[in-house]
Design a protein around this ligand. Structure first.
Ligand code: ATP
Ligand code: MG
Length: 595
C-alpha cells in the first residue's frame, strides 16, 4: 500500500499566522483572460486544461449493478452541452435552475452546467413531496427544473399548472414521460443537439451561484444565496480539513439536496481533482463499508445520524471489511457525541473529525484536523483564516452591547454565548431570499451571529451547547440539549436521544428526554429508572432529565437532524409548524425514489 501522505495542515498555529485568503484564491485558476471566477471552471474545466481530463471525476455506484465512471473530460463535454441548452432557452446568465433527482450523474452535470452557464443552481431533495417542491420553486422563482420521469409524474405533474415561474422541465434518466405541457421535454436529445463547445461568460466573483434552502430544523426553511467567490472556502477547507489531494478517492455521503452535498459532495472535491464517489442507494451499514472497501476510499465525510446508526449495527460489521484505505473520517450536521468519536477510534483506528458550519456559512468554519489532537465532543478550532468568537447574550437573547455599543466577547471557558464569525470569509451568504431585515439582523458590528450557542476553552477549542431556540433554562441553569443527549447515549441501552425543555411552574423549564433503545433492550420501569440514575450520576441533578420517555423513533429532518422543536410541539400539544423537511417513516423516503 502507498505510504500515508502527511497532513496538508501540519501545524495549526503556524498556518493561522500565515494564512491568507488571497493566497488560497491563487491556488485556483480563475477564468482565462482575467474574466473572473466561476465555480464550474474550477471544478471541471481547469482539470481538462491542465491535461488531467482522463482522471475519473465521478464514480457512480447505482442502486443496483456495476459502478459507472465519468472522467473530467466527459464531465466537461456534458456540462458544456448543458450550458448550451440553457443558453438556447435564454436562461443562462442569472436564470434559476433546480434539480429534483436521486443521486445520479446528470444531477452533477446539471449543477455544474448551470454554474458554467452563469445561472443559479438550487438543489431540491428528491424525497420532497409536491408541497415543499412548490414552496421552494416559487420562493426561488426557478426557471428550469431538471427531474426524472418518475419523480415528475408523481410529484411535479400534479402541480405543474401552479408552477408559474417554471419555463422548462427537463427529464433525465432512462424512462420518458409524455406530457401535454409543452414545457416538458427529455434532456438527452437536447444535449445531443447542443454544441460541445462552451465559453463560460465573464463571472464577477460576487455573481450569485447557489440558492440553498436550510434544513428547517428550527422553523420554516430559509433561502440562502451564495456567490461564486464561495469556491475559495470550498477549496481551502477541502485542503486543510478534509486533506484532499488529486489522487484521492473521496466520498461525501450527504445528499446533494442539502448544502453539505453541494459544497462537499460536488464543489470542494472536484476543485481538488479527486475521484468523487456518488452512491445512489440509501443508508445501509453493510453497503457503506463495502463501498469504502471496494473503492479504497481515502477520505469519508458523513454525519452523526449515520454514525449513530452504524454504532447501533455494531463493531462486527466494520471488522468484516478492510477499511485500511481510510485516512480521514469527518462529520457534520449535528453535534457529534464524544461516544461516537471514541467509537471511531476503536473501530476505524482514527477519531472522527467533527466540524461545524451552516448553510449560511457555505463551508466549514470550525473543525478538528488530522494533525491536531481531538477533544471528543468539541467541534475543534476555526479554520485558519476564519475568526470565530463567543458573544454574550442579554436576558432577551439579543447580543449584549457594552457602553461603546460593541458586542462583548466571552473568554471564560465556563460560559456560553452566541457563536459568531467575523465577516470576510469567501463563502459567507449574501442574502436571505426576500428577507432583507432578517439578513441584517444576523450581523452585529462586523460579526455574523450564527444562532448557535457554544463555549470556547482556554486553548481555543469550541464546544457546542445548543441552538439558541433549543436551549433549556431550568432553575437558573442554561442547559444545552447536546450535553444531556451525549450523557444518555453513553449508556448501552440508549441508541439515540432528543432532549427538550418543558414549561414548569417553579423551575421555569424541566428537562425531558426522549430516547430510542439499543437492540436487546426493552421499555421497562427498570430501564427508565436506570437511565435516570445514570444521567444524574454523570450530569448532576440540576442538569439531568427529570422525565425520560422511551420512543420507537425520534423525528428527524430529511437531512438527518433531530427535530427538537417537533418533540416539544408534540409534548405541549402545540402547532407542529413547517413540516416540509420532516423525514417520513423509515424507508418511505427511499421507496419514493426507488424504481
Ligand atoms: P434551520 O436553520 O432551517 O433551522 P438548520 O440550522 O438545521 O435548519 P443547516 O444550515 O443545514 O440548517 O444546519 C446548520 C446547523 O446545524 C448549525 O447551525 C448547527 O446548529 C448544526 N450543526 C452543524 N454542524 C454541527 C456540529 N458539528 N456540531 C453541532 N451542531 C452542528
Ligand atoms: Mg440554521
Amino acid at each position: 500500500m502507498a505510504p500515508v501522505p502527511p497532513p496538508q495542515l501540519a501545524d495549526y498555529d503556524d498556518l493561522r499566522r500565515t494564512f491568507d485568503w488571497e493566497a488560497e484564491a491563487r491556488q485556483l485558476d480563475g477564468l482565462p483572460n482575467d474574466r473572473g471566477l466561476n465555480i464550474g471552471h474550477e471544478a471541471v474545466d481547469r482539470h481538462v486544461l491542465d491535461g488531467n481530463g482522463d482522471r475519473v471525476a465521478i464514480r457512480w455506484n447505482p442502486r443496483r449493478g456495476d459502478p459507472v465512471d465519468m472522467t473530467y473530460e466527459q464531465l466537461w463535454r456534458r456540462t458544456n452541452r448543458f450550458a448550451n441548452v440553457l443558453a438556447r432557452f435564454g436562461v443562462d446568465e442569472g436564470g434559476g435552475v433546480a434539480t429534483l433527482t436521486g443521486r445520479i450523474p446528470d444531477l452533477y452535470v446539471a449543477a455544474l452546467g448551470t454554474l458554467k452557464a452563469g445561472s443559479v443552481y438550487t438543489p431540491l431533495f428528491s424525497a420532497f413531496g409536491p408541497g415543499p417542491i412548490k414552496q421552494r420553486i416559487d420562493l426561488g422563482s426557478i426557471d428550469v427544473l431538471v427531474t426524472t420521469a418518475r419523480l415528475f409524474s408523481r410529484k411535479v405533474a400534479p402541480i405543474l399548472d401552479e408552477l408559474a415561474s417554471i419555463r422548462h422541465v427537463l427529464l433525465v434518466g432512462d424512462e420518458s414521460f409524455e406530457s401535454d405541457d409543452p414545457r416538458v421535454e427529455n434532456l438527452e436529445p437536447l444535449l445531443q443537439a447542443a454544441g460541445e463547445e462552451w465559453t463560460i461568460p465573464a463571472t464577477d466573483p460576487e455573481t450569485p451561484a447557489l440558492l440553498h434552502f436550510t434544513s428547517g430544523t428550527t422553523g420554516a426553511p430559509k433561502g440562502v444565496v451564495h456567490v461564486h467567490q464561495a469556491v475559495v472556502t470550498h477549496y481551502a477547507s477541502g485542503r486543510y480539513v478534509l486533506d484532499l489531494r488529486p489522487e484521492d478517492i473521496f466520498w461525501c455521503t450527504a445528499d446533494p439536496g442539502w448544502v453539505t452535498g453541494t459544497s462537499y459532495g460536488i464543489i470542494s472535491p472536484l476543485t481538488h481533482g479527486v475521484t468523487n464517489i456518488v452512491d445512489e442507494g440509501e443508508f445501509d451499514a453493510e453497503r457503506w463499508y463495502s463501498i469504502i472497501e471496494a473503492n479504497e476510499v481515502d477520505v469519508w465525510y458523513t454525519a452523526p445520524t449515520a454514525i449513530r446508526m452504524m454504532m447501533r449495527v455494531g463493531d462486527d460489521a466494520v471488522r468484516r471489511h478492510d477499511l485500511s484505505s481510510l485516512r480521514v473520517i469527518a462529520s457534520v450536521g449535528e453535534p457529534l457525541n464524544p461516544e461516537a468519536v471514541r467509537w471511531g477510534e476503536d473501530v476505524f483506528g482514527m477519531p472522527i473529525l467533527d466540524n461545524w458550519w451552516q448553510t449560511e456559512t457555505g463551508g466549514i468554519m470550525i473543525a478538528n484536523y488530522r494533525s491536531q489532537p481531538v477533544r471528543p465532543g468539541s467541534m475543534g478550532r476555526p479554520l485558519p483564516g476564519v475568526d470565530a468568537t463567543i458573544l454574550q447574550r442579554d436576558a432577551e437573547g439579543e447580543i449584549a452591547l457594552d457602553a461603546a455599543g460593541r458586542p462583548v466577547e466571552i473568554d471564560d471557558p465556563g460560559s456560553s454565548g452566541e457563536l459568531a464569525v467575523r465577516v470576510g470569509w469567501p463563502s459567507m451568504f449574501r442574502e436571505y431570499l426576500n428577507q432583507p431585515e432578517r439578513y441584517e439582523r444576523c450581523f452585529v458590528d462586523g460579526w455574523y451571529c450564527s444562532g448557535d450557542l457554544a463555549r470556547r476553552d482556554a486553548d481555543g477549542y469550541f464546544w457546542f451547547v445548543g441552538r439558541a431556540d433549543d436551549v433549556i433554562k431550568s432553575a437558573g441553569h442554561l442547559i444545552g440539549p447536546f450535553e444531556v443527549e451525549s450523557a444518555l447515549i453513553e449508556h448501552p441501552a440508549v441508541s439515540e436521544a432528543g432532549v427538550i425543555g418543558k414549561p414548569h411552574e417553579t423551575m421555569g423549564e424541566l428537562v425531558k428526554a426522549f430516547v430510542t433503545l439499543a437492540r436487546g433492550f426493552e421499555d421497562t420501569d427498570a430501564v427508565r429508572s436506570e437511565l435516570l440514575a445514570h444521567a444524574r450520576r454523570s450530569l448532576g441533578s440540576a442538569v439531568a432529565p427529570r422525565e425520560i420517555e422511551i420512543v420507537d423513533a425520534l423525528p428527524h429532518t430529511r437531512s438527518g437532524k433531530i427535530m427538537r422543536r417537533l418533540l416539544k410541539a408534540r409534548e405541549l400539544g402545540l402547532d407542529e409548524g413547517d413540516l416540509s423537511t420532516l423525514e417520513t417513516p423509515a424507508g418511505q423516503a427511499a421507496a419514493e425514489v426507488s424504481p
